[in-house]
Design a protein around this ligand. Structure first.
Ligand code: C5P
Length: 221
């Protein structure tokens, strides 16, 4: 077993949630902790990769030997991600990107003058699809967090987003997934899949990095 399986490989990882501004003091976001993405960044750096971690707001410390780019919104995350294209060979999208953002963030704090209100939302860009369909496309890995029909939805995303590999996890089980310390996943690619049973996110990250490295070298060398 070679512990430096990604030696010198330039890798970008997105992690954490994004925040979409409603007004200067409010936002739309989700419960992503960033733990899985940070664990992958640490495991990849341990495996010798040159890691750029593009992170939404989290409470986590940047792993050693990882360079972190802090972002807030999905648009910021897209800009930071596309800026690494041509300079990265492998891209892992672990972020829980908000699907929608307010059509326009109010310039001033919105006052509670009415009994009801509505916020117009518009779709955010799909970061991993943009990366996977770029002319300087790195080997691209995505995640699929689902509450039902996990494998079917994940396989759909693998194809639709043009990914090389997708890591599916069942977020209906609160012991794994969002904010939990453990995770259990199924890795799915065009002509195969493999289950990784429940374990701590750090240990799982190391196993995923081994699998991703195998896939990376199968695609590129
Ligand atoms: O479509 P869905 O959000 O379930 O897809 C999840 C995968 O796509 C994850 O890898 C996530 O990081 C990525 N994604 C993205 N940009 C979005 C939405 C999802 O990169 N706007």
């Amino acid at each position: 077993f070679n512990s430096r399986i990604l030696d010198g490989v330039r890798l970008t990882i997105t992690a954490g949630p994004t925040r979409e501004a409603i007004d200067p003091v409010r936002y739309i976001s989700n419960h992503s902790s960033g733990k899985m993405g940070y664990a992958l960044a640490a495991a990849a750096a341990d495996a010798g990769a040159i890691v750029t971690l593009i992170s939404g707001p989290t409470n986590l410390n940047c792993p050693e030997r990882v360079s972190r780019v802090d972002v807030i919104s999905a648009q910021d995350m897209l800009d930071a991600s596309t800026a690494t294209l041509g300079k990265c060979e492998l891209f892992i999208a672990c972020a829980a990107v908000a699907d929608y953002r307010p059509a326009k963030a109010a310039d001033q704090k919105i006052k509670k003058d009415n009994d009801s209100m509505h916020i117009d939302l518009v779709r955010n860009p799909d970061i991993v699809s943009t990366v996977a369909n770029h002319s300087e496309r790195p080997v691209t890995v995505g995640f699929a967090a689902e509450t039902q029909d996990l494998l079917r939805y994940a396989r759909g995303k693998l194809e639709r987003k043009n990914l090389d590999l997708i890591i599916a996890n069942d977020v209906s089980n609160s012991a794994i997934g969002f904010n939990a310390n453990d995770n259990a996943v199924t890795a799915i690619w065009k002509d195969g899949q493999c289950d990784i049973p429940q374990m701590g996110k750090n240990q799982l990250a190391a196993q995923l990095i081994t699998l991703i490295a195998q896939k990376f070298f199968a695609e590129t060398r």
